[in-house]
Structure formats: C-alpha cells, structure tokens
Write a protein that binds this ligand. Structure first.
Ligand SMILES: Nc1ncnc2c1ncn2[C@@H]1O[C@H](COP(=O)(O)OP(=O)(O)OP(=O)(O)O)[C@@H](O)[C@H]1O
Ligand SMILES: [Mg+2]
Length: 549
C-alpha cells in the first residue's frame, strides 16, 4: 500500500529554499532559445555576434567579425566568435561569461542588441551542461595585456569558477575578444539556419565585415562592408514618466539622491523641467519640497495618477539609431536581386514611455517569368529569363508566401514568427490593394521579401530568447502605417508593370503577324519584294508611334 506522503508545514519548510537563476535556466533552457540542438547552435552564435557588434559600435570601431563552426563529433561542434572590439577588462571576464544576469545594458536606456545580461553566459552554461566544458575567452584591450580564460559556472550559486587563466605573450589583434565553446548541436542548412542568419545579419549591418566558415565550406564566406560609416550611436536617456509603474516609482523614490520631490522628478526623468515637476506635485496634492523617501505608499499612488494626468512632452528620440532608408535599400540590394524596392522609415513613436521607430523595406520581383527591365518612363530595355530562386537569393517563387525578414535593433529574429507583432501586422494589411495575392489570415504571396525593423531602447520581446516582439497596440499601429506606405509604392509599380507586360505581348504579336500581312498585301496588290518590305516597315512605325505606355 502506498505510504501516506502528506507533509506538515514544518516538513515543507525544510524543502523551501532559494533557487538560483542559473539553476532555473539550466532546467528551462528553452526559455533562452536552447530548445533543441539545431537552435542551440544558432542561439550561441547569435548571442556572440550581438555582443561583438554592440561592443564595436559602442567603442566606435567598424566591426570585423569572424564566425567559425567546427564539427568535432557527429553531434558536437565548436563555435568561435571573434571581434575587433574594445576587448574586455580582465576582472570582468569571469562574471560576463560565467554568471547569468550580469551585463552593462539592462539598466541603460540606450538602443543595443543585448538588453538582459543573460545572452552569452547562457550560451556558456548550455555548452557546459552538454559537454562538461565551459567557454574559453581570449581578450585584449587597447591598453591591457591579452588574457585567456576557461570558465566553469557554479550554477547552484550562479557564480563563475575559473578553470584556467593565463596571460598571453602576444595576440594576433591590437584589441578584441575571442569566444570559443564546445556544445551539443546540429548544423543544417536552409531556412532559419545559421547560414540564413548570417545573410540576414549582413543585410541589416552593411557597416560590418563578417567572415563566416561552417562545415562543408572550402573557404570562409565573406560579407564585405557596404558602407564605411558606423551607424549613429543612440544617446542614453532617462525614463519617461509615462512609462514608469507604481512599483518602480516607489523604488526610484527610495533610491534617489534628490532631496525634494520636485528635484527628484526633474533629475530622474526625461522631459520634466521645474514647471512640469511643480504641476505634477500640485496635481498629486503633495508638497514639491517633500522628502522623496518619506512619501507614503498612498501618496505614491497619487503621484502616479498625477503623472498620467499631466501633459508631458514625448521622450527625446535622439536615443534611437534607425538603420535608415538608404542603408536598408543598400542591404536589400546586396543580398536580394529584386526588380523593385520600396523602403519606408517611420518617424519615432512611443510605447509605455519607450521611444521606438519602425522601418520597412520591400523587394519584389516577377519570378518564374521573363523578366523585363524597364527604364523610368516604362520603356522596355531588355528582357531576361529569371531562374528559379536558388537558396542564395532571399526571394522565393511567385506562388510562395513572401519571405519575411524581421529585425529588432538590427538583429534578425528567426523563430516564433507567428507570435510576432510584425507578422500580425503583415497578415492584417490588405495586400490585394497593392497587387499581391493574399490568402485570408496568412502572409501574402509573391516572389518578394518584406524587411521589418524595430529600433527601440527597450524591445518588448515575448520571451528571454528574444525571438518575437510583443504586440503592443502602439507598435502594431506604426508597423501597419509603414507597411501601407511601402505597399502603395509597390502597388503602383506592379500596376505599371502590368501595363508594360501587356504592351510587350502586343509587340510580340505585331512582330509575329506583320510579315504575314506583308505577304498578303504583296499578293493582292502585286508588290515587289522591296515594296513589301517598305510597306511592312511603314506599318510597324505607325503602330509604334501610336502606342502609349
Ligand atoms: N565581445 C564583447 N566585447 C566587449 N564586451 C562584451 C562582449 N561580450 C559581452 N560583453 C559585455 O558583457 C556583458 C554581458 O553580455 P551578455 O550577452 O550576457 O548580456 P547583454 O548583451 O547585456 O544582454 P542580452 O542578455 O540581451 O544579450 C555585455 O553587457 C557587455 O558589456
Ligand atoms: Mg548579449
């Protein structure tokens, strides 16, 4: 008979204890994007590349990256990610690579690829969990000596352990960081593969040079730099009052060094000057001289409501670093051979106090059919047979769903497509108006790619794996407006193209039948061969001149 296992509160208390964040994520690795060996490889590379690009940009260095995947055993791979960034100070290396929730970006309100402080240590943790060996890091700062570390994580404490540490005599670069880890993984080609990710990264980062070497490649694939300037670095901003909730407000009041409520409002938030601060205090029925940490909970509630009721201008948008229409176009042109491109960069907007900006690019082509090249007046220059899109081209066939390229702060998002605000907006847009076939509830069809980018100081991801954007109404609205604007331009082009196509058919028709008309006339009118040729030429000319495109 089963033993009675009921327990008392005291017995239960014996089992109640703190759980370390690394223990939690080791058990829930899918939350961080390590759900299967294929994705684990991609996530590891993505985290490393994100960090390298962030570090280079923050330091004002044009990124030069090396990514290498080496197969060690059937299901085991070594990943190498190397950058020419600022390097990492020796004392920080163990915590950065061996401790979850340790980073420089979580508390900063600046646009960057990373924001959580989990990324690269999670990759190290996964490597250690699946192969027993933690990550190896080599790094050199401009002033410092090069170092090499091997890290092991004590995940019951979320603390790094240093398995090996040595100072290197020299390093092959002036400065930078090299990350190396062995992990259980699968390397595959195709959609959502590492190859795919590299290509998409090249599209959104035309200022980066990326060398990529994977199993089966004879030599590294090089994505050359298309532009020589770094993107403008977004400025760091303070929180906007509208985006702060009561709990956070309480914490800020406790932590501030300001001595008055009015001073607190002005110093801790953006867009609050003396006048607005006083107005908030009056609306909250609180003295502007009140001492911040002495404000009671009910008063915080009143303060919160007063903030919402006061007119405060939108946060500054200098914190954003959009890609920009020109660079999106350059990126798209470089990686996809389309007949038409339409690019839209929306003005900045705000959700929950966070500034953000949406950008859209469309590349479209008439796949599978003869491709016409027309000049800006619509005149046909030449025709070219278009091959079926190969895997190198981002464009699919004419009857395939369009290829969707989603990005957040320049990082391609490869998974959770259907849960993403971008996908929802695209599905809800009336693409039939813009000349595309569009089955209800799905993506439109066509040999096209739609590029969508959200730049923000805080991207609202649906999970820690940073794969999809949460559908806040303000964000959905901006995406839709951008899509409509780009869609309208596409619609005009497709309509014009249809006219050109019809015209082209007509011309073929004339070329085919006119000689027969000439022969008929020659017989009826008894013309010489010369006269026949002349008549046909006159007829062709008069038909050409009456044609309007
Ligand atoms: N290649 C690198 N060069 C310079 N600094 C780096 C590099 N990689 C990581 N760092 C530093 O280590 C920190 C932690 O990186 P980690 O990837 O764990 O978190 P994050 O990038 O801040 O956020 P996320 O979890 O969203 O990736 C970064 O914030 C950055 O300061
Ligand atoms: Mg990171």
């Amino acid at each position: 008979m089963a033993k009675n296992t009921h327990r008392t509160a005291e017995q239960m208390a014996a089992a109640q204890r703190e759980i370390s964040v690394s223990e939690f994520f080791a058990k829930n690795r899918h939350l961080l994007g390590f759900d299967n060996p294929r994705k684990a490889l991609l996530t590891t590379i993505k985290e490393g590349v994100d960090n390298s690009l962030d570090a280079c940009e923050e330091a004002g260095i044009l990124p030069d990256l090396l990514i290498e995947i080496i197969q060690l055993q059937e299901d085991r791979f070594r990943v190498v990610i190397e950058d020419n960034g600022p390097g990492i100070v020796k004392a920080q290396i163990p915590n950065i690579f061996g401790r979850l929730l340790y980073g420089s970006k979580f508390h900063s309100r600046r646009q960057s690829r990373g924001q959580q402080g989990i990324g690269i240590s999670a990759a190290g943790l996964y490597a250690q969990m699946t192969t027993g060996r933690g990550p190896r890091i080599e790094s050199k700062t401009a002033k410092g000596k090069p170092h090499r570390f091997e890290i092991q994580m004590d995940f019951s404490k979320n603390k790094p352990l240093i398995a090996k540490e040595e100072e290197l005599v020299e390093w092959h670069q002036k400065q930078g960081t090299r990350f190396e880890a062995d992990l259980e993984a699968t390397y595959q080609k195709g959609l959502r593969s590492v190859d795919d990710y590299m290509k998409q990264t090249a599209v959104s980062n035309p200022h980066a040079r990326i060398r990529y070497l994977a199993p089966g490649m004879e030599e590294a694939r090089v994505y050359e730099r298309a532009v020589e300037e770094l993107p403008a670095l977004g400025e760091e901003i303070k929180p906007h009052p509208y985006g702060v909730e009561i709990g956070e407000l309480m914490k800020m009041l406790r932590d501030t060094s300001s001595r008055t409520l009015s001073g607190f409002m002005q110093e801790e938030f953006c867009r609050v000057g003396a006048k607005v601060a006083d107005e908030i205090c009056t609306n909250a029925k609180l003295s502007k001289k009140a001492y911040p940490s002495r404000i009671a909970r009910e008063e915080v509630d009143a303060l919160y409501r007063a903030i919402q009721a006061t007119r405060i201008s939108a946060p500054p948008t200098t914190c954003l670093s959009p890609i920009g229409e020109e660079r999106i176009l350059e990126g798209l042109r470089k990686e996809c051979d389309a007949d038409f491109y339409s690019v839209v960069s929306r003005p900045p907007s705000v959700y929950r106090g966070n500034p953000f900006q949406i950008e859209v690019g469309i590349g479209w082509s008439r796949a599978g059919s003869d491709r016409l090249e027309v000049d800006e007046t619509g005149r046909i220059l030449k025709t070219r047979k278009r091959g079926t899109a190969d895997t190198e081209d981002l464009l699919g066939g004419a009857d395939d769903p369009i290829r969707l390229l989603r990005y957040a702060n320049r990082v391609p998002l490869l998974f959770q497509q259907s849960a993403c605000a971008f996908t929802k907006s695209i599905i809800q847009t009336a693409w039939k108006n813009y000349g595309l076939q569009h089955p209800r509830g799905s993506l439109p069809l066509g040999s096209a790619v739609i590029f969508v980018h959200m730049a923000s100081v805080w991207v609202p991801y649906t999970s820690e794996a940073k794969e999809a954007i949460a559908p806040y109404p303000e964000i959905l609205k901006e995406i839709k407006l951008a899509l409509q604007e780009a869609g309208r331009k596409l619609g005009q082009f497709i309509r014009k193209g249809k006219r050109v196509e019809r015209e082209f058919e007509k011309r073929e028709y004339i070329d085919k039948y006119l000689p027969h008309v000439g022969i008929g006339l020659q017989e009826i009118l008894g013309l010489s061969n010369e006269q026949r040729e002349e008549t046909v030429a006159t007829l062709r000319d008069s038909m050409e001149s009456t044609r309007k495109i």
